[in-house]
Ligand binder design. Sequence first.
Ligand code: AHM
Ligand code: MG
Length: 338
Amino acid sequence: MSKLVTIERFIFDNQPEYAKGDLTNLLYDIALAAKIISHKTNRAGLQDILGRAGAVNIQGEEQQKLDVFADQTIFRICDHPGRLCVMASEEQDNVLHIPDQYEKGRYALVYDPLDGSSNIDVNVSIGTIFGVYRYKEWELRGRKEDVLQPPRDLVAAGYILYGSSTMMVYSTGQGVHGFTLDPELGEFLLSHELMRLPEPPAYYSVNDAYFNRWEPEIQSYMRWLQGYAGVGDIAAPSLSGRYIGSLVADFHRNLLRGGIYMYPAEKQKPDGKIRLLYEAGPLAFLIDQAGGYASTGREAILDMTPTELHQRVPVFIGNRSLVEKVEAFVRKEQPIRL
Ligand code: AHM
Ligand code: MG
């Protein structure tokens, strides 16, 4: 019979040597936030019945938008246990400092509390993404510089997917592991140990309504993926298309089945849409740990040092062979046909 392993037990047993318990506890704090957000997310449709965001509920409290609720939940759980020196969230313009009355910790947390905002109100999967860095200057009380580090220097990264079940997937640099929430027990149980991207890949995921806005090399790459004759030096693997428009859900499916997720640059959006610090960076770390690769088409996302909290980057992420091929198209090393 297989062993029943809780996320708490797994994190504790697999924590890196240097972590001294703090990283373990931080990951467990994030798992707790995930349970609270999951509970609220599952009741999202009931907001229409019990009161809309902005309205006052039966206890006289104002109903919150889910993404604001998720943002505040993570902050409120992580601001006081003494594990962090600073946080940065997609929902906040500036870094979030640990209040003066609390002890300062050795880690910096970046997070997108609820990604896939267009899917929140239509009952489609959404997710939370997070990354953990070590502080840079102990003397100073948590600064922007502590989070503006290349994703390669992450000590942990992961996501929570609020889908047909809630899953937490994370890595501390020793492989990628997935846990499924048992809603009755309120525990995340190990369900996917040591996740690796399968070959051959099954899917490509992109919003192809924007095809006309992409560079010709990316348009050609898309034609290659779709099996058009005369594009690229060798035939692409036979892929099917899937696009949810929730990065975590698209990423998770491709991690399990193999594939590539893309959000290319556009004529009006030269850096694309996805944010480096708390979206592309942590997922680049995970995909690397699962045997894959993440690129802007021109450089490896793992090695980019963010200069701004909300900086955007074009993203191609998934099986290495598919992502390296994008780079070959961008370098104009592939026969092109539009
Ligand atoms: P968000 O942070 O505002 O939710 O935007 C990020 C999301 C991703 O989850 C998703 O992959 C992408 O935006 C979808 O964008 P589009 O609707 O342009 O395809
Ligand atoms: Mg987002």
